[in-house]
Design a protein around this ligand. Sequence first.
Ligand code: THU
Length: 137
Amino acid sequence: MDQKTAQTLVNKAIEAREKAYAPYSKFKVGAAILTKDGTIFPGCNIENASYGATICAERTAVANMVSSGHTDPVAIAICYNETEFALPCGICRQVLSEFANEKEDLIVLMAKTDGTYQETTLSALLPGAFKLADGQK
Ligand code: THU
């Protein structure tokens, strides 16, 4: 993807991180999904006193996208701190794979909070993703 679009998406993820609700872990995460028509859907992690009810930033972004009527993501940017290029957890990889286009691999921008990033793809992060057989969807 072009550098300008990628940087815009990364900046949106950094912005979304500011809204994170993480009073328990204090670990703020931001994500932003770009859909085929150019719309960007942000998301942040939302923690809960019942820890297991916590939602990751990536899945918040997916929920934002789907509940707005979109199911065609082309890229996602994720960020959490200034030292590591952010990686999505296993559950989020699986959730993203539900909507990833098999022919045009979903781009994953692993960002730091300073705006630098590395680019990979969902199939590199989750080879052999689980999918129901055709007709069972
Ligand atoms: N978290 C995310 O938002 N995304 C990930 O991919 C990994 C973990 C959140 C969940 C929790 O609020 C905090 O980071 C610490 O695990």
